[in-house]
Design a protein around this ligand. Structure first.
Ligand code: DX5
Ligand code: ZN
Length: 228
């Protein structure tokens, strides 16, 4: 295999990591973000929750504005809020590069600009993606019920992830397949084997006693592990 082919192969197989700041230490957010960036984070995942769409409240556009000042990494905003349309401009102005919007309860998916991904909850079947797959840049399959960090990965979602990968290959091969929830060094290889190429991880990166850099390294290595 020549050098170009090798590079191509590596690019095809590369799994991207998106640290979720929901689990970060907010008193040291800038520092932790820098550590994740230095350790090779590909983008930063920002979980916005309104206490209505999900039973938890997190943060809004001001945090994105602050993050924008300290990182050049793409900021992806996961909107777990009712009526996401209403807030989009605010998040765009704050510096969001892309949006992840839930299929559940959202009937205006085609109105979104910027890079956009559609999110489906664990109980939502893959078939709902059929009519929108061509119009999105990514599909995010929730591997926990949304609302909280540090929940266990739902292994029963794996067959759905495989189905979504097949649909993507048939309809929109450039589309990313992202997983969110319970991703750690043990579950990352399962998700990747099922077809995911972007992994969100919160507690596995920010709650690791060995520190952010070591946690990132462990996760990066895990994405390359074979699954029996
Ligand atoms: C949960 C959020 C996740 C969360 C993941 O609703 O969407 O992004 O931060 O946290 P971990 O990786 O700890 O499961
Ligand atoms: Zn998320």
């Amino acid at each position: 295999m020549n050098k170009e082919n090798k590079t191509e192969e590596a690019a095809k197989g590369a799994v991207l990591l998106a640290p979720s700041i929901l689990s970060a230490d907010f008193t040291r957010l800038g520092e932790q973000l820098a550590q994740a960036e230095q350790a090779g984070a590909d983008r930063i995942h920002v979980d916005v929750m309104d206490g209505h769409f999900v039973p938890n409240i997190s943060f809004g556009a001001p945090i994105i504005q602050s993050l924008r000042q300290v990182t050049h990494l793409p900021l992806e905003t996961h909107l777990m809020i009712s009526d996401p349309d209403f807030f989009l401009d605010e998040f765009v102005e704050a510096g969001s590069d892309s949006f992840l919007v839930h299929w559940e309860g959202n009937n205006n998916l085609h109105r979104l600009r910027k890079r956009v991904g559609v999110v489906i909850n664990p109980a939502t079947p893959a078939v709902v993606l059929e009519e929108i797959l061509l119009d999105v840049d990514s599909v995010l399959v929730m591997t926990v019920n949304p609302g909280f960090g540090h929940q266990p990965f739902l292994r029963e979602i794996l067959p759905k992830i495989r189905r979504v990968r097949q649909m993507i290959e048939q309809t929109n091969p450039g589309c990313e397949l992202e997983l969110d929830g319970g991703i750690d060094a043990a579950t990352a290889p399962l998700g990747v084997a099922a077809g995911a190429n972007v992994l969100v991880a919160g507690s596995a990166i920010f709650h690791d006693e060995a520190g952010v850099a070591a946690a990132m390294k462990r996760l990066q290595a895990a994405t390359k592990l074979p699954v029996n």
